[in-house]
Design a protein around this ligand. Structure first.
Ligand code: ZN
Length: 108
């Protein structure tokens, strides 16, 4: 799995209208949500995982996400909003770095 090229290109230009538009056109509502997660700095990079703080906290790693949307609706075949947000955040290097292991204080 990888991000659509149009989204990757737009990501290289930074957080702005082009990125919002590319996300919405390529991923619809999930793209819009991903943009909000980025914009509101809800993407956190722990030493072990990326976490996106939505209604709950979701662990995202290598195009896998712990959210029900990804596992049930998308059947792990297409990226959910959290995966999109993390992949774009990696390109932009736009995330909060937290110098601890997420697994240390969560029961996962
Ligand atoms: Zn997800």
């Amino acid at each position: 799995m990888k991000l659509k090229n149009e989204v990757v290109d737009a990501s290289n230009k930074g957080i702005g209208y082009d990125l919002y538009r590319a996300l919405f056109l390529n991923y619809g509502k999930r793209g819009e949500k991903a943009f909000l997660y980025l914009f509101q700095r809800r993407v956190k990079k722990y030493l072990d995982f990326f976490i996106v703080v939505g209604r709950n906290e979701y662990i995202v790693e290598d195009f896998f996400c712990t959210c029900p949307d990804f596992q049930l609706n998308l059947r792990s075949r297409e990226p959910c909003a959290h995966i999109i947000a993390v992949e774009v955040a990696k390109i932009l290097k736009f995330y909060d770095e937290i110098n601890t292991y997420y697994a240390d204080f969560q029961k996962i």
